[in-house]
Design a protein around this ligand. Sequence first.
Ligand SMILES: [Zn+2]
Ligand SMILES: [Zn+2]
Length: 101
Amino acid sequence: MDPIEDQPLPPPAPFMFGCDECVRLLRAFGEMVTADVGCFTEQLAVARHIVDDHPGEVPPPHTRNCDRCPHYAAYADDRGGLWAEHRARDLFLPEAVARLL
Ligand SMILES: [Zn+2]
Ligand SMILES: [Zn+2]
């Protein structure tokens, strides 16, 4: 799986620059993208951190152009935080890539 392909990364959400852990994780992620090696683990780490430490920054469910949100919404609770992680991906990935997971 090579989800980044040729899409430029968007600027990360401003709040991320105020958090040392966000900056560290984004740097690790960016290095993997630049090196053109798999960055799947790094993507997950950034999303997980946002959900855990910045829950107020997680975007609301997508109402358009998302195959995943209706699927996640079918489950009453988001116990594992997977839906939140999915939405957090919008904060640092191109939309088409963010919505793959
Ligand atoms: Zn952070
Ligand atoms: Zn979605």
